[in-house]
Ligand binder design. Sequence first.
Ligand SMILES: Cc1cc2nc3c(=O)[nH]c(=O)nc-3n(C[C@H](O)[C@H](O)[C@H](O)COP(=O)(O)OP(=O)(O)OC[C@H]3O[C@@H](n4cnc5c(N)ncnc54)[C@H](O)[C@@H]3O)c2cc1C
Length: 308
Amino acid sequence: MENLILFLKKRKIKYFKNKDIKGYTTIKIGGKVSLIIIINTYSKLIELILKVKKQKYPFILLGGGSNVVFPDNNSKLVVIINKTSNITRLSGNLIKINSGVTIKNLTKWCVGNKIGDLEFLSGIPGTIGGATAVNAGAFGKSVSDNLEKAEILTEKGEIKIVDKKYFRFEYRNSIFKYGKEVILNVFLQYINQNENKIKEKITSHIRHRKQSHPSYKCFTAGCFFKNPVKNNKRISAGEIIEDSRLKGFHDNNLLMSEKHSNFLINKGNASFRDLIDFENNITQEILKSEGIKLEREVIYITSDGEKC
Ligand SMILES: Cc1cc2nc3c(=O)[nH]c(=O)nc-3n(C[C@H](O)[C@H](O)[C@H](O)COP(=O)(O)OP(=O)(O)OC[C@H]3O[C@@H](n4cnc5c(N)ncnc54)[C@H](O)[C@@H]3O)c2cc1C
């Protein structure tokens, strides 16, 4: 690790040794990791990942940490927090976005640049890289609907441009969600739109979110379970839970949001173990009472850097 630390010092890259990872996630669960590194530029991101790969350190790249949960025990993980931040308008109604750009900054930029068709993203926490990896979406649209191509860093350390097919997008999933390849830039299609129309749509989406989701101050990772498929139709996991005996279910450390039963909330001191037990209670009850097997949408990180 000393070799890596020397590299970080030389490049003036910000890092923290043996630091709690929970503060870098929205659900605020997880123990200490060996290194947390904050990266602000595209070139440093590439250089760092190549270095970490070469030295074979187990690493995880995070954006906003809004869809992940880390284990309680201290681990030897290197966690890279991606804060790359450039957005460029290209010809052919495309924008090129550094993967570390937050959805908040992206939607703000879109308003100012009269760029429409990405309003569905407004209010989703995290970065465009994370959103692309998990194929995030809302209001009937997902990132995959607008993605034209992306620039990635492969497992072998090659930089290449890949098209949409490469992602094997599914509902809230792509090969990047559980994989090790890194999205460097995404290229999204847009339509030219009147600034006021964009603002109106964003305001309406945010209003809807405020009414139907818990406050952003809550410690949560968003919808915990995927909406399952029944009779070839996707049905709401939140409504299934809401209609079951589990409505309002809580224990000492976790609760289901009263506004949306698919949001599991850490009351403040929940551990990873508590969350797994809570999850198991829900999945077992829903399987027994409704015959539906709920699948987790949120990503669990293991101590050796695997994602499941
Ligand atoms: C209050 C709240 C509301 C939410 N609402 C929604 C919603 O409406 N719709 C929705 O879909 N989700 C929602 N989420 C979940 C989450 O915000 C999204 O999935 C978000 O897009 C994740 O982005 P992130 O940057 O935080 O990803 P992270 O949690 O940091 O990472 C998620 C995964 O992506 C990988 N990853 C991150 N960056 C990259 C990269 N550059 N290259 C390759 N892999 C990468 C990580 O390794 C990890 O596997 C919500 C969460 C919260 C807390």
